[in-house]
Design a protein around this ligand. Structure first.
Ligand code: ADP
Ligand code: ASP
Ligand code: MG
Length: 425
């Protein structure tokens, strides 16, 4: 007998038929003698649709009201799933995030869990119910509803698994585990049996949407084992845990992210204090800067480029326009048409030549590099968005990650990749 927390994403609860499938799976787990808590996302594209509704009424919707609105999506799926289980003669009870004892800070739309009091959920499980909790939501100390960032139901599941002392946190989605690259973009990607927290965290942070980065961070901190697997098959998926028995690969995977934009401030003075002025102002306006590149100066002037999420672009432009006179610059340009492709691997630390091999592969495939940044376990390059899939695939091949088998589902076009990534904004 095990204590299982099982999270089902939007695709897995997208229709009444899919909810029935989830109900059957949870009942089977219960029948096998497990104690079962499920965490659900909103049905299908509900969250995106709610965002669209809000934007139709207010171009810049207030963050508090936005969280109030978005939290409703998960409440629909949780109650429907409880009804489906009850219709099959089993005890089930659904709970909102706050009923499940999840307290967060006040950062609407990206709140952090501060405390979990899972006693009520535990009592219900001990009474024999299959408990269903709405993912993605919590409550501030003073009683306001918050959400945990897009993809945040993963974090709810990991946090509850920790709070309940569960044996495993199963995250079900439309892929059967973590692959060496998004298999829809790179059909030769290989499914991993296991991956360590550090590699997974870096892949998720670099755009691998299969698990929310914050959920992995939480799992690492509290040593929660995650099992990423398919909602549609019974094949074992990928275990995400501290130590893996596998030899540390130089490259564990390739991730891509099309949710960022590039901003270049042209012809600014090359002197001390300028970068401080720009980036302090951006930070003050809550712009999440990722990569930063400054060119060699010519005649005391230089260019400064940074990337940030497209969702922060409006605030970034406002800020840059405000500081232009202070930094002696006249103009800036925005490029939305970019993708970041990252090679990730803890083994990279002790392996020289990764950059040379990557750049050679890109050159041989006529992929032009716009920006580069590195960390001890990641090499990221920015390319034109239309080159994203090409770059992912050629790097995947160059680092011997290709599988003999081809992932069966359809490959995505550059536009589809962009649309899919928009979900994470
Ligand atoms: P859910 O809605 O169930 O949370 P997501 O759409 O968030 O599911 O995550 C699953 C998707 O993650 C897959 O459809 C796949 O396209 C994408 N993905 C990106 N990178 C990877 C990767 N390295 N391995 C597996 N899937 C990945
Ligand atoms: N429904 C939320 C989203 O679409 C949370 C989640 O699915 O994890 O981002
Ligand atoms: Mg997800």
């Amino acid at each position: 007998m095990a204590f299982v927390v099982a999270k089902f994403g939007g695709t897995s609860v997208a229709s009444p038929e899919r909810i029935q499938m989830v109900a059957r799976r949870l009942i089977a787990s219960k029948q096998a003698g497990n104690q079962v808590v499920a965490v659900v996302s909103a049905m299908g594209k509900t969250t995106d649709e709610l965002v669209g509704l809000a934007k139709a009424l207010n171009e810049d919707p207030p963050a508090r009201e936005m969280d109030m609105l978005l939290s409703t999506g998960e409440q629909v799926s949780m109650s429907l799933l409880a009804m489906a289980i009850q219709a099959r003669g089993y005890k089930a009870k659904s709970f909102t995030g706050w009923q499940a004892g999840i307290t967060t800070d006040r950062n609407y739309s990206r709140a952090k869990i501060e405390d979990i009091d899972a006693d009520r959920i535990k009592r219900e499980v001990e009474r024999g119910a299959i408990v269903i909790v709405a993912g993605f939501q919590g409550l501030t100390e003073d009683g306001d509803i918050t959400t945990l960032g897009r993809g945040g139901s993963d974090t709810t599941a990991v946090a509850l698994a920790y709070g309940l002392g569960a044996d495993v946190c199963e995250i079900y989605s439309d892929v059967d585990g973590v692959y060496t690259a998004d298999p829809r973009v790179c059909p030769r990607a290989k499914k991993l049996d296991e991956i360590c927290y550090d590699d997974m965290l870096e892949l998720s942070s670099a755009g691998a949407g299969v698990l929310q980065a914050r959920a992995v961070e939480f799992a690492k901190k509290y040593n929660v084992v995650i099992h990423s697997r398919s909602a549609f098959t019974d094949t074992p998926g990928t275990l995400i845990k501290e130590v893996t028995s596998m030899e540390q690969a130089v490259i564990s995977g390739v991730a891509h992210d099309t949710s960022e934009v590039k901003v270049t401030i042209r012809d600014l003075k090359d002197q001390y204090g300028i970068a401080s002025t720009v980036f302090s102002a951006l930070a003050g306006n809550m712009v999440n800067v990722d990569m930063i590149i400054q060119n060699v100066s010519e005649e005391g002037h230089t260019d400064l480029t940074f990337t940030c999420p497209e969702s922060d672009l409006e605030r970034a432009c406002e800020t840059v326009e405000r500081v232009l006179p202070q930094i002696g610059a006249r103009e800036y340009v925005v490029d939305k048409n970019i993708a970041k492709v990252s090679l990730v691997g803890t083994g990279m630390k002790s392996s020289p030549g990764v950059a040379a091999r990557a750049f050679t592969a890109l050159a041989e495939n006529q992929v032009n590099i716009l920006l580069i940044s590195t960390s001890p376990i990641r090499l990221s390059i920015v390319v034109e968005a239309s080159q994203c899939a090409n770059a992912v695939r050629c790097l995947h091949t160059a680092f011997d990650l290709d599988s003999d088998q081809v992932f069966e589902e359809t490959q995505l076009s550059a536009e589809e990749i962009a649309a899919k990534m928009n979900k994470g904004r």
